[in-house]
Write a protein that binds this ligand. Structure first.
Ligand code: 5GP
Ligand code: ZN
Length: 119
């Protein structure tokens, strides 16, 4: 039994609104969405941060990015032809990055103009 929230979602112990998955990656809607589309994409295996994952298993990180793009396609954020209307991928690391769950996740954000730079 783990106390990692996202590992518990992978194990089915906590419900998740799943929008996409593969054998190694899970994508589900954020409980507190910051945009019309706000999906979290995680490796099913526990890795704390993007840096930890790229060092441990860069192929799995590539699978996570591919799943994030598949979600963006599925949500209508990009077409097969191009990058319109577009979306943003975010991953936070540590307290200055704003990371609150220590299991790597990519935020897929879209459905409105997001602005830049972030606050
Ligand atoms: P972070 O701040 O670590 O980059 O992002 C963590 C994200 O997880 C936040 O956007 C937060 O809303 C989301 N979150 C926290 N608890 C839950 C939960 O129980 N279910 C879902 N679906 N999302 C969660
Ligand atoms: Zn975990």
């Amino acid at each position: 039994m783990t106390d990692c929230l996202f590992c518990r979602m992978v194990a089915g112990e906590i419900p998740a609104d799943v929008v996409h998955q593969t054998d190694r990656v899970l994508a589900f809607r954020d409980i507190n969405p910051q945009a019309p589309t706000h999906v979290l994409v995680i490796p099913k295996e526990h890795h704390a941060t993007v840096g930890a994952l790229v060092e441990a298993d860069p192929v799995l990180l590539s699978d996570v990015v591919a799943a994030a793009h598949a979600v963006a396609r599925q949500e209508g954020l990009v077409s097969g032809e191009g990058a319109e209307p577009g979306y943003r991928l975010v991953t936070n690391t540590g307290p200055h990055g704003g990371q609150t769950v220590d299991h790597l996740h990519l935020h897929v954000l879209g459905g409105r103009g997001l602005g830049w730079p972030p606050g």
